[in-house]
Design a protein around this ligand. Structure first.
Ligand SMILES: C[S@@+](CC[C@H](N)C(=O)[O-])C[C@H]1O[C@@H](n2cnc3c(N)ncnc32)[C@H](O)[C@@H]1O
Length: 171
């Protein structure tokens, strides 16, 4: 099942022309597969080729198998994406490089686990858990924050997450 929050964010954009969307660490494609049917050209990047194989031949989806956590530059075009989504993935050392991939006026929608989640399940490793307000603190110098939530989510099971949306532009 896809992330309802991500879908609501995309709906709110009222997309009428073709746009480029990057699904960063796209996994089994639960978000980008349904999104690719809505005037959206998807680039899906993940290190797991087996997962990408599931949707690599889909119309409107380009898959890229790549380890995002090495010193090698990401094989992604700078200032190309109208929308970037990141769901349930965190790698701090290169996180702000996402900004360079966004077009001017592009949107970043980021949803992942936050501290406090360790009481309810995995992930429990602090490496994969955002600190208090971390998404805001990380991106707000360069992107305009549009919305921010931090707290419990009850979606079949309880988790603790942050969900933040940002716009790139002059401000
Ligand atoms: C919890 S899954 C989330 C997948 C998807 N975003 C979703 O919400 O369903 C995390 C994904 O990050 C990918 N991943 C982890 N480390 C990675 C790395 N170093 N480079 C690229 N992808 C990585 C995994 O292969 C996995 O598909």
């Amino acid at each position: 099942m896809y992330s309802k929050w991500i879908f609501n964010q995309i709906e709110s954009l009222k997309i009428r022309k073709k746009i480029n969307l990057l699904d960063f660490a796209s996994g089994n494609g639960r978000n980008c597969i349904p999104l690719s049917k809505k005037n959206i050209i998807v680039t899906a990047i993940d290190k797991d080729q087996e997962k990408l194989n599931r949707y690599k031949n889909f119309k409107n989806i380009n898959t890229v198998c790549f380890d995002l956590e090495t010193k090698e530059e990401w094989p992604l075009v700078k200032e190309y994406y109208d929308v970037i989504i990141v769901v349930n993935y965190l790698y701090r050392p290169k996180i702000t490089k996402l900004i360079t991939l966004l077009k001017k006026d592009g949107f970043l929608f980021y949803e992942t686990f936050s501290s406090g989640n360790e009481s309810y399940g995995s992930p429990q490793n602090p490496k994969f858990l955002l600190k208090n307000r971390e998404l805001l603190d990380t991106f707000s110098d360069e992107l305009l924050p549009l919305s921010f939530y931090e707290g419990k989510i009850n979606d079949k099971k309880i988790s603790v997450k942050q969900m933040a949306s940002f716009k790139k532009g002059v401000f």
